[in-house]
Design a protein around this ligand. Structure first.
Ligand SMILES: NC(=O)c1ccc[n+]([C@@H]2O[C@H](COP(=O)([O-])OP(=O)(O)OC[C@H]3O[C@@H](n4cnc5c(N)ncnc54)[C@H](O)[C@@H]3O)[C@@H](O)[C@H]2O)c1
Length: 375
């Protein structure tokens, strides 16, 4: 079986999850090398996964490496992905593909010009939860989707004291978490037509009071709003409300709900692969739907693996650059609308990625193998 020779750039927290996933779940990815500005992290990951620690420049010069997986911090995504695309390599990027919409468009144009694949996270929409929800909607279990509610509350005052990028451009709750909610709903409903939004900041800067934090005592400016509310009008006329608040208490609350003329669908946390899907029909008790699809456990790397199988098969990949750019444009549209006090009209549209085939649940000796769903 041909495998896709792959290198990872960015050996931080999430790289361990990806590398483990490739070793255990996705045989199509032949992981050969990793790079990071931080040599200690790079060497540690290289040793742990028996791959080569290399300078990024040397990875780009190595013609045998076909795919780069970009797991660096969001601000580094654009420059590193661009370098790889210009060298004719396929790229899969962690979220978001870039910080600005302009940079995102540039990457998509370059990938098209250089005839390479460009895919981007989040890939949780390919997980058992959201694929089951999509199956339920597509099979008419809730009729026409009329409206929806996407809501998340967190406390980035606490998280940001360890991860100050959450206070910076491209790191606020809309980028960091909004992308999961927006990708999940877009992967079910398709493109958004117009966006109207308000934003607010609970503080202009945050003083780090966490004793022991390397940032203790620092006053970190909040570069983006930490409360965002928006209304998204989809091309199919559904009106969806987005509410994100990362200035409230630490207890996390999430809602991902769609309201149709024949039922209501509640999904689980779109930052996971396993969210339960609950269907409510008129004058019935709500029921938990059985999962129709596999990939219910931690499966980060699924989007990249699906892209690798698509490259081998010559078909479009599902975590497409068009859908990821559309989600980035929604984020851009939300900030633009909030700043200008005007409705933002979307420029981009995308084709809905094909759903994964039903089944392929589990990994037991007699169960269908999950990776076979990607062929
Ligand atoms: N941590 C999570 O739970 C999580 C979950 C899902 C997605 N993500 C996404 O994954 C990405 C990485 O997140 P993380 O938590 O692993 O961050 P991290 O800060 O732990 O790791 C990022 C790594 O990138 C390296 N890096 C930065 N710029 C670089 C450059 N120019 N060249 C080479 N290396 C560079 C850093 O040295 C660091 O080791 C982000 O896009 C994030 O949104 C993270």
């Amino acid at each position: 079986m041909r495998r896709i020779k792959t290198a990872i750039v960015g050996c931080g927290v999430i790289s361990d999850v990806y590398m483990q996933s490739f070793r255990e779940n996705f045989s199509v990815i032949e992981l050969t090398a990793c790079a990071d500005l931080d040599e200690g992290r790079m060497n540690e990951m290289a040793q742990r996964y028996h791959i080569k620690a290399m300078d990024y420049e040397d990875i780009l010069k190595d013609d045998s490496i076909e795919l780069i997986i970009n797991l660096t911090s969001p601000k580094a995504h654009y420059a590193l992905s661009k370098q790889a695309i210009l060298k004719g390599k396929h790229v899969y990027s962690e979220k978001m593909m870039a910080v600005t919409y302009e940079e995102g468009k540039d990457l998509c144009v370059l990938a098209t010009e250089h005839q390479v694949r460009f895919g981007a996270a989040p890939d949780t929409f390919l997980g058992g939860g959201i694929q089951t929800a999509r199956y339920a909607v597509a099979h008419g279990l809730m009729g026409n989707v009329l409206s929806g509610l996407l809501s998340l509350t967190r406390d980035y005052g606490v998280f940001g004291e360890n991860l100050p990028h959450l206070f910076q451009n491209g790191g606020s709750v809309l980028y960091d978490m909004g992308g999961y909610y927006l990708t999940a709903v877009c992967s079910i409903l398709g493109s958004v037509k117009r966006v109207s939004a308000f934003g607010a900041r609970t503080e202009t800067s945050h003083k780090v009071t966490r004793v022991g934090s390397p940032f203790f005592g620092k006053e970190i400016p909040l570069e983006e709003d930490n409360i965002v509310t928006a209304i998204l009008e989809f091309e199919n006329k559904a009106l969806v409300t987005l509410h994100l608040n990362s200035g409230t208490i630490i207890n996390e609350n999430y809602h991902l709900e769609l309201y149709g003329d024949k039922g209501i669908l509640r999904m689980g946390d779109p930052n996971t692969f396993c969210g339960e899907v609950v269907l409510e029909k008129a004058q019935n008790q709500p029921v938990i739907l059985p999962f129709t699809h596999g990939f219910q456990k931690q499966s980060r790397g699924l989007g990249a693996a699906e892209m690798a199988w698509s490259i081998l098969d010559g078909r479009p990949h599902r975590a497409s650059m068009e859908m990821a750019l559309h989600v980035l444009e929604i984020i851009h549209g939300i900030f633009t609308s909030a700043d200008s006090e005007k409705i933002y009209v979307m420029e981009t549209k995308f084709e809905l990625p094909k759903p994964l085939p039903e089944g392929f649940i589990g990994e037991g000796f007699w169960a269908a193998k999950e990776e076979s769903a990607l062929l």
